[in-house]
Design a protein around this ligand. Structure first.
Ligand code: UD1
Ligand code: UDP
Length: 371
């Protein structure tokens, strides 16, 4: 029996790893062990509850105002004991967070093979997204299994010299998660408040956007909302106090925007499925909204998810106030521009990514997802 340990710590990793935990638990040839670092707390616990996953280990590392040094050294030191005790045959990490990087590094030091879920996304600028691009590239140096969500991501890895036999095109596990979250009969008091107005969904949290870029983003959004009373915005705000302070300074008193606590994954996906458009700097939302044909204005200068841009559903608008203002207004005022972006496409998966990853771990191969 192969022992597979999954290590993750933040909300997006959990949303994309919990469906895999549940798939692996159903495999007879695999013993599954879950270790959460607790890099996030409340936002992680929301996801664990939603997918009914109880970790075997919880390192409870989160501190308010934690630095990259805190997270990296905390995860590196604390995973050491768990890995030494459990001696897994393989450890799965996800994506690009500091939990991901430090857990993979701990495995490398202990010579435990690593499987990288959502491997191969690239901007090739280690300062954007920061520190995620570095984290993801560094894990690729260590990993023995590379589960690429798309052909493009797999090609990046192979071009960089990864052995093609270790690279598997699986689709993104978030598309698997969405099969269970979005329902027709969904309701929520915030959607009652929106009524028949246009729902604008907003999220923001990127480290490189903290400070003036985030203030510019919020100012642009407020200006457009004040000029467009046909819109109602819902902003489930990240728990980072720095984000909260900026939002409070720029958005308070605007009565067509509701800033609410982080919602669970069922709410978030159902809000996405019902919104008119989304403004975000999130990674995961860039993958989810295209499935519903919801235009996304991505408040970043580069993205490691170009598939949605090529498909026409994502538009990169950076963090400059005038650029965001102009693009947001255009999508509200120019029907043709809106319609050109609003078509459903699924560049990120077919909902069977977890099955493919489990097949590779259990049987050594899988039917690739071809796009
Ligand atoms: C982290 C990841 C980022 C990912 C994001 C998803 C790193 C360096 N960053 O960034 O890649 O896109 O998660 O959201 O790995 N906080 C709480 N409760 C929570 C979560 C956060 O209070 O449940 C607060 C804490 O004060 C914490 C701060 O938010 O110190 C920032 O959290 P942190 O994980 O350091 O950074 P994120 O911006 O969330
Ligand atoms: N999300 C959520 N509740 C929220 C905001 C986001 O469940 O209040 C989900 C969203 O659907 C996506 C993921 O969290 O799956 C994105 O997380 P985040 O933006 O924090 O991180 P990133 O994807 O940028 O790493």
């Amino acid at each position: 029996m192969k022992k597979v340990m999954l290590v993750f710590g933040t909300r997006p990793e959990a949303i994309k790893m919990c469906p895999l935990v549940n798939e692996l638990k159903g495999r007879t040839g695999i013993k599954t062990v879950v270790c959460v670092t607790g890099q996030h707390r409340q936002m992680l616990d929301q996801v664990l509850a939603a997918f009914d996953v109880t970790p075997d280990y919880d390192l409870s590392l989160m501190k308010e105002g934690q630095t990259l040094f805190d997270i990296t050294t905390g995860v590196l030191n604390e995973t050491k004991d768990v890995l030494t005790k459990e001696k897994p045959d393989v450890v799965l990490v996800h994506g690009d967070t500091s939990t991901t990087f430090a857990a993979a590094l701990a495995c490398y030091y202990l010579q435990i093979p690593v499987g990288h879920v959502e491997a191969g996304l690239r901007t090739y600028d280690i300062y954007s997204p920061y520190p995620e691009e570095f984290n993801r590239e560094a894990v690729s140096c260590i990993s023995s299994y590379n589960f690429a969500p798309t052909r493009l991501a797999a090609d990046n890895l192979i071009r960089e010299g990864k052995n093609p036999e270790t690279v598997f095109v699986t689709g993104n596990t978030v598309i698997d998660a969405m099969k269970h979250t979005v329902t027709d009969d969904y309701s929520h008091p915030e959607l009652d408040w929106v009524g028949d107005k246009k729902l604008i969904l907003i999220t923001a949290h990127r480290r490189e956007n903290l400070g003036e870029p985030m203030h510019s983003m919020f100012r642009a959004i407020r200006r457009v909302l004040e000029e467009h009373p046909e819109c109602r915005a819902i902003y489930p705000i990240h728990m980072n106090p720095v984000v909260r302070k900026a939002a409070d300074e720029e958005l308070s008193g605007c009565d067509t925007i509701h800033i609410i606590e982080p919602v669970d994954v069922f709410d978030c996906h159902n809000f996405e499925a019902r919104c008119h458009l989304c403004l975000t700097d999130s990674g995961g939302i860039q993958e989810e909204c295209p499935s519903y044909g919801k235009p996304v204005l991505v408040m970043r200068s580069v993205t490691e998810r170009p598939e949605g841009v090529d498909a026409g559903t994502l538009r990169l608008v950076g963090t400059d106030e005038e650029t965001i203002y102009n693009n947001f207004r255009e999508l509200l005022e120019d029907e043709k521009a809106y319609e050109a972006m609003a078509h459903a496409c699924n560049p990120y998966g077919d909902g069977n990514a977890c099955k493919r990853i489990a097949d590779v771990l259990e049987k050594g191969s899988c039917e690739p997802w071809n796009v």
